[in-house]
Design a protein around this ligand. Structure first.
Ligand SMILES: [Zn+2]
Ligand SMILES: [Zn+2]
Length: 269
């Protein structure tokens, strides 16, 4: 029996003797099955020729991403907080070196919004961590576990000034994390961790929002307005996206406002 991993989206599945017949995420219109056909790997195979790059993205924010690039290529962020560390998003590869590096920084209390579900259950079991996932994305969970706590509503307050905000858009359960100002730190005005729910683009004064990134399907104006409304009550200066250095380091709230305005103008008829 094996927990197979889809090589296109990086999601690990419930234990089976044979690889699953298909990947529901990759067959959705937002993702894709590689033209060479559906392929699978395992954590053991992945660890044989990949490793994790572990590097600070900012103070108290450790980036963890797989090299050579695997599946969607995102990096996770280990947010180090006095009340317990939170792993924002997740990646498929978990190896001994990564476990040691994370433990040296205090382990993981909870994993949240692993929109890139990857091997989230492996990570949660290894670090004895809880997973917070919005209930609207329940159908996309391919490996079940009592460690997943599904939450509902528009916001969920965690600990130490951390709040999950359901923005929807790309996926109904799409969530961003607000991190309140760190007293005395450089992040004095708060930050938003967004993955690909709000995507930091190449011009880092802007972000964008899509139903599908690989297939270039835009969102409609109600979805864009809802994202802007949901983050409105929160103050922040920085935005950390889902990939290495995809970060807006200043004036983040204005960046979202001007990006939403530009987007709405582009899709209006
Ligand atoms: Zn897949
Ligand atoms: Zn996505």
């Amino acid at each position: 029996m094996e927990n197979f991993i889809c090589i296109q989206c990086g999601t690990q599945f419930d234990e089976t003797a044979q690889p699953p017949s298909f990947c529901p995420t990759c067959e959705d219109e937002r993702q894709f099955v590689h033209h060479g056909g559906q392929q699978w790997t395992t954590l053991e195979q992945l660890a044989a020729d990949h490793h994790n790059r572990i590097e600070d993205e900012a103070s108290h924010l450790l980036g963890i991403g797989t090299e050579p690039e695997f599946a969607i290529g995102q990096r996770a962020l280990l947010l180090q907080s006095p009340g317990g560390n939170l792993l924002w998003d997740c990646i498929s590869l978990l190896d001994d070196k990564t476990i040691a590096e994370v433990n040296a920084r205090g382990g993981i209390r909870a994993i949240s919004h692993p929109h890139f579900y990857s091997s989230m259950i492996e990570w949660s079991e290894r670090f004895d961590a809880q997973i917070f996932l919005h209930a609207a994305d329940r159908e996309w969970v391919m490996r079940k576990s009592p460690r997943i706590q599904f939450w509902e509503g528009t916001a969920l307050s965690l600990w130490g000034g951390l709040t999950l905000i359901n923005c929807g858009g790309h996926f109904e359960g799409g969530t961003v994390l607000h991190w309140l100002a760190v007293a005395g730190g450089c992040r004095s005005k708060g930050a938003l961790l967004t993955g690909d729910i709000i995507t930091v683009v190449q011009d880092r004064r802007y972000v964008s929002f899509m139903r599908s990134y690989p297939n270039l399907i835009p969102l409609g104006s109600p979805a864009i307005r809802r994202i802007v409304e949901r983050i409105e009550p929160f103050s922040f200066d920085q935005i950390y996206g889902g990939w290495w250095e995809a970060n807006v380091l200043a004036d983040g709230k204005a960046a979202i406002a001007r990006s939403a305005e530009r987007y709405l103008r582009a899709i209006s008829v």
